[in-house]
Design a protein. Structure first.
Length: 239
């Protein structure tokens, strides 16, 4: 936790805020702060700054928050990703959020097991919890927009074009005939990342009809949780 991310329901009055149980434990046992000391903090969706410890009583910690600056600018990258295995989903969402990606669609694919869409990990509060962890890691305050698309064809045909908007549309896909992935981009990009095993030919064709161009990224076959940060690190000029 590199940032105490304060939520609206923690506000008491004026500049005074009450930390939640997890934040209290972090302040007391990890940071080991005393009254009068400071740590980095931010308001969800708003400014970042510093929190001063005003009181520590039993398991309650009160802080005074002073905003100082806006969070880092978002990465101009939108992510279209085949729904990963439930055990991978937490890490991928944390990583995507900490990288500054603010627009994510988790979409179905022929190679995505149907049971993945039934997992409790797709409940809205659990998805939000994972993204909160990513914000705390990166000292960011702005949650990504996350869309679930359990039907591939209707989303691609009816919604993807408008959602992707302007800018390049890149499909990460193995193949010696495809150009290599571009690098150090600063303009808007939509990146499509398939499931382990890759998109099917039908899915590639559907995405190409929506303006996605296939690009290769080396000869190694990577797990999705490894491929995503590697792809983003090559594609984008990170702030």
């Amino acid at each position: 936790m590199n940032l105490l991310l304060l939520h609206p329901d923690q506000h008491l009055y004026d500049a005074l805020w009450r930390l939640n149980a997890r934040q209290c434990d972090h302040v007391r046992t990890v940071l080991k702060l005393a009254e009068g000391q400071q740590c980095r903090a931010g308001l969800l969706g708003e400014s970042t700054g510093f929190a001063t410890i005003k009181s520590i009583k039993n398991k309650e910690v009160l802080v005074e928050f002073k905003p100082e600056s806006q969070p880092m600018p978002p990465l101009p990258l939108s992510l279209l990703m085949a729904l990963p295995r439930p055990k991978m989903l937490k890490r991928i969402l944390i990583d995507a959020t900490s990288l500054g990606i603010k627009r994510i669609v988790l979409i179905n694919s022929w190679k995505v097991d149907k049971s993945y869409w039934q997992t409790p990990n797709l409940k809205a509060d659990l998805l939000r919890e994972k993204m909160i962890l990513g914000l705390e890691q990166a000292r960011d305050t702005r949650l990504p927009e996350l869309i679930l698309a359990p039907r591939f064809k209707p989303f691609v045909e009816d919604s993807l074009g408008k959602w992707a908007g302007s800018g390049q549309r890149i499909l990460a896909h193995p193949g010696d005939d495809y150009p290599t992935l571009p690098c150090d981009l600063s303009e808007p990009v939509t990146l499509a990342v398939g499931p382990e095993g890759g998109w099917t030919d039908y899915e590639v064709d559907m995405l190409q009809r929506q303006g996605f161009a296939c690009h290769r990224f080396g000869a190694r076959i990577l797990r999705v949780e490894t491929a995503l940060p590697a792809l983003v690190g090559r594609l984008m000029r990170l702030p």
